[in-house]
Ligand binder design. Sequence first.
Ligand SMILES: Nc1ncnc2c1ncn2[C@@H]1O[C@H](COP(=O)(O)OP(=O)(O)OP(=O)(O)O)[C@@H](O)[C@H]1O
Ligand SMILES: [Mg+2]
Length: 365
Amino acid sequence: MKTLPFDSANIPAPALLEHLSVAVLWLDEHLQVTYLNPAAEALLGTSQRQAYGEPVCNLLAGETMLPEQMQHSLDIGHPCTLREILLHVAGSDVVIDCAMSPLHDPELGAGLLVEMMDIDRHLHIAREEHLLAQQQATRSLLRGLAHEIKNPLGGLRGAAQLLDSELNNPEQREYTEVILREADRLRSLVDRMIGSPVRPKMGMVNIHESLEHVRRLVMLDTQGRALRLLTNYDPSIPELYAAPDLLIQAVLNIVRNAAQVMDEQDDAQIILRTRVMRQFTIGTSRHRLVARIDIEDNGPGIPPALQDTLFLPMVSGRKGGIGLGLSISQSLIAQHHGLIEFVSQPGKTVFTVLLPMGTAHGDST
Ligand SMILES: Nc1ncnc2c1ncn2[C@@H]1O[C@H](COP(=O)(O)OP(=O)(O)OP(=O)(O)O)[C@@H](O)[C@H]1O
Ligand SMILES: [Mg+2]
């Protein structure tokens, strides 16, 4: 059985380190693990007993940059910090900041003190805040723009109608018809961008009924195709106060995108999954209960060039797409104090709709 370092060296266990949420490792001059605290055990999916004496590269299997940098830091005797490193450990990906300091401990000798901070949650919150800010900025920009477009458009349309009634020559009336048609098209585009001015009907909604509605609509859309639409519902989700029509529209836009992007794919599959999250933070607001709807597809993934601006209007990667679907969905979910986010790679894209479950007054914290 392996002897544990701090016992064998007769050094009291570093009690404070044991309680830190930062992962701490002490490596000897050969970069072999001498000590790791519980946070490091959890992060790296190992235990002090297993890891003791192991070269650190064994713990970071597949990672080359970090061990190389550790060796470098030890060689030159200088501390060094690496930011936003993607680690693949214990079967999952985690993003960390890593600080390493070469030290000479009187008891342990020369070695390297390594601190690893899991910044996944931090990045996630920053990303959510960015999405919320983007959504608010887009909304106020669109409102202003819509106002500026709709006013003169009304005058333009009225004048074209008057002109139309004055004209007797059918050839000339073709021109006024073009003006009227284009004015209507522009008006309906602007209406789609800013959403309906009519107050939506709110009520207690069974989320699964809404999702089944979406499923039926998409199945009708994709009749004759090999697309599989699967469900994985959490039946314990309580009803939530929402506008069912808006929820259906928001999810429908997302599911339609997935179906469209997998148009030619034989094994196309979309999964609608629901879960309930407790004490969950959206942006900076913490909610007691949040309903989570995942829409997962096995399509080609979202082109990286689109990912940062995906929820902005007019961003589209589809031939013939206007690029409004996702911005409308985001805005509809924002009206419910929720958020849509996504992760995407070729073969797996997941859009997640987060909906706080509030009371009739929208108080959900
Ligand atoms: N599941 C997905 N997989 C891959 N790409 C996607 C997926 N969902 C959306 N996209 C990409 O995001 C773009 C924006 O989608 P969005 O719904 O906002 O606009 P659109 O579908 O192009 O047009 P519209 O919905 O207004 O008709 C799409 O054109 C597509 O390139
Ligand atoms: Mg779309």
